[in-house]
Design a protein around this ligand. Sequence first.
Ligand code: ATP
Ligand code: ZN
Length: 226
Amino acid sequence: APQVRDRLRIAIQKSGRLAEPARALLASCGLSWRESRDRLFCYGESLPVDLLLVRDDDIPGLIADGVCDLGVVGRNVLQEQAQDRVASGRAAAYREWRALGFGGCRLDIAVPDAWDWQGAQQLAGRRIATSYPALLRQWLAEQDIPADVVLLSGSVEIAPRLGQADAICDLVSSGATLAANQLKPVLTLLQSEAVLAGPVVAFDDVRGELADLLLRRLDGAIRVRK
Ligand code: ATP
Ligand code: ZN
């Protein structure tokens, strides 16, 4: 059930690649906070907009559960969890409100350097390691490629060297990690960046006005950065 609240609560990554840029962007929108001692919660001072500091993977679920109202998270994480909901027959609970222009990366398929790459059909019958099983399965189904998805929670790039998989589907920015593991990117499934995620249905209390104000300031801040 929707909760009536008079403060807006935004989840951001506690530590990691998106943590500092997310805070900096929100600060540039005129928000300021008083941090709690346990570093879980930042109480908004200039506006009734609070921060919740969490793991990025938890952000979509926190929005779905109504624990927080908005979140700053990679499109890769948001779409993976959204696709997982779709695949298991659950209703959409969140969507991308804005692209934020930082945290850019790609979700790529990469294969061993030694492969003579001919195209996606070469993946048929192969094992592909990933931390993004829903997005990979969706793509394989669209392409009509029968392949095995090997789910790994981290260090996906070493799976081919370990003999755990033939290829990988992982996040790539510079490509240095792939190269260090004798892999080359061959296909891009998703262009990602940090996004502002919010509910599918608009707020019906004062949070709606706060969100509108924040969006206007965000749009200004993003335009200035470009
Ligand atoms: P957490 O402890 O919050 O779970 P994490 O280790 O999952 O952190 P990070 O490595 O900080 O997360 O990455 C957060 C996001 O940064 C990714 O989901 C992605 O959107 C973005 N990103 C940008 N470039 C890269 C990259 N080269 N590798 C991984 N993620 C990247
Ligand atoms: Zn994470």
